[in-house]
Design a protein around this ligand. Sequence first.
Ligand SMILES: Cc1cc2nc3c(=O)[nH]c(=O)nc-3n(C[C@H](O)[C@H](O)[C@H](O)COP(=O)(O)O)c2cc1C
Length: 344
Amino acid sequence: MDAKAVFHTPICDRIGIAYPVFQAGMGFVAKAELAAAVSNAGGLGCIGSGAMGSHELREQIRKTRDLTDKPFAVDILFAEIKADKTDKDVVRYADNVQRLIDVTFEEKIPVIVSGLGNPAGIIPQARKQGVIVMSLCGNVRQARKLEASGIDVIIAQGHEAGGHTGRIGTLTLVPQIADAVNVPVLAAGGIADGRGLLAAISLGAQGIWMGSRFIATGEATAHINYKNRIVEIDEEGTTITRCHSGKPCRLIRNKFTDSWVGRESEILPFPLQMAKVGFKLAEQARYEGKIDDGGLACGQSAGLIRSIKPAGQIVRDVMAEAEAALERRIVHPDWKPARVSSAA
Ligand SMILES: Cc1cc2nc3c(=O)[nH]c(=O)nc-3n(C[C@H](O)[C@H](O)[C@H](O)COP(=O)(O)O)c2cc1C
């Protein structure tokens, strides 16, 4: 079996990348250095524009271009403005979001990712410019709706994921979405090594979208205390809470998350809680290293993350691990024969 061919899925050729390893566009954390390192290693890097203004985004895009000649993506949170009765079929975005969209198209970024909200409003322009639009998705109903709106790729993100997340686990979500839609699917949530890539391919995905694993890298713009805390905690070290933004979000469990337990009725609806509480604390945690009092988004895959590594090394390791897992678990399984009890 040609292991390289197993992992070189059609989406790799469509985007022009060597490996189906996609780095999540994490707000605050994923900027030029990280995106370029992943793309240079053969995956697809992504700038998270979530906490940026349009000038910073343009700067980061240009910086990424200085560091790599490979393709990379931009992730946008598509906050929508409610349409009035006369134009209810028109999708309109908040001014700051529209400016991020404009910069991304002007800079001719080949892949745009929607992390939140409704990206349908950019589909006509994306078609015209040949831009691939991908969207995160947490259930089958939403996946069908996204496909109907013209989305090119669906990222099925399971409950295990860091940041905003849904109720369905990755293992059951990915095959159900892969069965329900005809567009390519990527698997996300709880994946941090090559075994996860092999599993994702088995479930019908064409690649993996990893967030938490890429925080613990030299290139992520996160404080060293945050990276170290990810390495220290195990699979029980995170919790789902609305205290960050008003929506369920997976964070590292700490004094901040504990302080909201029993006070859930005081949490404001999204996005007010984010504006009043989450945004500032996320910034403090990610930039100032306030890891007990800050908001540290991270997934359950923290239990698999045992060291801080260069981002390019992660891409290479994931591919080598996936090929080894394919060989040892499937092609030539090395399971020890089970001991049969003679007492039966
Ligand atoms: C620190 C952090 C910030 C995130 N910010 C964003 C964001 O701005 N936009 C987005 O689409 N997803 C965001 N996510 C979710 C990721 O895109 C991704 O789906 C998730 O990390 C995958 O799960 P994993 O962490 O288990 O790999 C964030 C995740 C983390 C951990």
